[in-house]
Design a protein around this ligand. Structure first.
Ligand SMILES: NC(=O)c1ccc[n+]([C@@H]2O[C@H](COP(=O)([O-])OP(=O)(O)OC[C@H]3O[C@@H](n4cnc5c(N)ncnc54)[C@H](O)[C@@H]3O)[C@@H](O)[C@H]2O)c1
Length: 443
């Protein structure tokens, strides 16, 4: 692997200009696949890498049928013959620019689990060649790129970062299911290990995106920017969840309060309460910083408090379900038939990771409620080693047979009128139902 020669980056910049650079995307999930598609569309030969053979098979199958992503149809993978997906990491030796988009979860001790990133970095290091650019896109704590990625690449390959290869961090900000903002039009942040790494990374993203590419002085700043954005969401959701709990006690409609507050043209940004937070990012990312802060003997109080409130929301939802059943029908949770609408963690997507619906189902089952669910995006799932299968569709008869319908996810493709007209009582945790009726309760 040792090349020993210093490269100035001009060759790679020329390759970007002529679209002759070969791009590798490691990890083909919610982040990596849309990015790979955008790179292909921009005219680059692209190689997608994943460790899951099954994921590769699924991608190969769906692309034959014009893969739909975020409302966009992607055609022409096969005709152009410029997109290949593989589990063979030896193909990295042909790649000029590689983006790492693998998971960054927490381990069982709620500490950062960088094992997926480390495995990807090892695969790259074993195939590193002179003039290659490596971009980490996975969300992580400040310092990962400089402290871990750089040193591992140098140690394994024997090559020198900044002299023989280039390295940058550029966080992914995609919001799956968002119809307005997608991989192409969300501004990109770039922080390279040095000026040349920043410059090449910026030129590369400018060649595939329509959005602004904003550069910062280091990977640490870019890493912190991404974490701060997600903490901002996490903390504000916790605040509005606390407001919702208090408003209910005070018999004030939180949704009306938010609509009114939204009229202020400055200094206020609406966030909405719900049955809890989910997904791979908002519940987990803040704890990457909490962990790192310990190294600096600092306790991140806001993050901990927000986590506490947000984690309580599924329990609060179940408490409210119990109170509604008791008030309306003098019934307890024990034996109550409850239909949950939506198990995805947010509307119009099929992602169940960390979904509050899972906690709600678990807690209701502990109380011996009889739970069924309907989610047009998730026909079945496994949770705590149990298989759950959803209803194929919801009918008036099915709804009438339930003691309560709980709207946990406000998917667009749900017939809410059918629910309102037939349910004994609906507990709407998302404010999707706008009409006021006696059988509708709100969070
Ligand atoms: N999902 C989001 O909305 C979102 C948004 C912004 C940022 N992010 C961040 O992006 C990163 C990826 O998240 P995601 O939601 O796309 O995850 P994902 O689970 O949907 O996809 C990750 C993919 O990486 C593959 N993978 C795991 N280890 C690998 C390895 N060593 N080599 C190759 N492939 C490997 C998995 O098989 C999977 O297909 C995370 O750091 C996440 O925090 C996610």
């Amino acid at each position: 692997m040792l090349s020993g020669s210093t490269v100035n980056g001009n060759t790679l910049i020329e390759k970007i200009g002529s679209r002759s650079a070969i791009i590798g995307i490691i990890g083909l999930g919610y982040v990596g696949l849309p990015l790979a598609m955008q790179v292909v569309k921009s005219g680059y030969r692209t190689i997608g890498f994943d460790i899951e053979k099954n994921r590769i098979n699924i991608i190969n199958k769906i692309r034959e049928n014009d893969y739909q992503n975020n409302g966009e149809t992607f055609e022409g993978f096969i005709e152009k013959n410029i997109f290949e997906v593989t589990t063979d990491f030896l193909l990295l030796k042909d790649v000029d620019i590689v983006c790492i988009c693998v998971p960054t979860p927490l381990d069982i001790y709620q500490q950062p689990d960088l094992s997926y990133v480390k495995e990807s970095v090892t695969n790259i290091a074993n195939n590193l060649h002179s003039g290659m650019l490596i971009i980490l896109e996975s969300t992580t704590y400040p310092g990962t790129t400089e402290e871990m990625v750089k040193s591992q690449l140098e140690y394994i390959s024997g090559m020198k970062c900044g002299e023989e290869f280039f390295l940058a961090f550029s966080p992914e900000r995609i919001d799956p299911g968002n119809k307005k903002y997608n991989v192409k039009n969300i501004p990109k942040i770039v922080g390279g290990i040095d000026d040349i790494s920043t410059k090449i990374t910026k030129i590369f993203y400018q060649s595939i995106l329509e959005s602004e590419v904003y550069t910062v002085s280091s990977p640490r700043v870019a890493e912190m920017t991404k974490i701060y954005e997600n903490i901002f969401r996490n903390v504000n959701i916790a605040l509005v969840n606390e407001m919702a709990i208090l408003c209910h006690k005070m018999n004030i409609n939180i949704w009306e309060v938010i609509e009114a507050a939204k009229t202020k043209p400055y200094g206020f940004m609406p966030f909405y309460p719900g049955p809890g937070i989910g997904g791979h990012c908002i519940p987990l990312d803040p704890f990457y910083l909490t962990w790192k802060a310990r190294e600096y003997n600092y306790h991140t109080k806001f993050i901990e408090l927000a986590g506490e409130i947000n984690r309580y929301m599924p329990e609060y939802t179940v408490e409210r379900i119990a109170k509604i059943l008791s008030k309306k029908f003098k019934k307890s949770l024990n034996g109550a038939k409850i239909l949950l609408i939506g198990v995805a963690y947010k509307k119009d997507i099929d992602d169940i990771r960390e979904s509050p619906s899972l906690e709600i189902i678990k807690k209701l089952e502990e109380e011996n409620s009889l739970i069924s669910y309907y989610d047009p995006y998730i026909m079945s799932f496994t949770f705590k080693e149990r298989e759950y299968t959803g209803l194929q569709k919801i009918t008036a008869e099915e709804i009438r047979s339930q003691d309560m319908v709980v709207i946990a996810t406000d998917h667009t493709a749900i017939d809410y009128d059918l629910i309102i007209q037939n349910a004994k009582v609906v507990f709407d945790t998302r404010n999707i139902i706008k009409e006021k009726k006696d059988n509708i309760e709100k969070l």
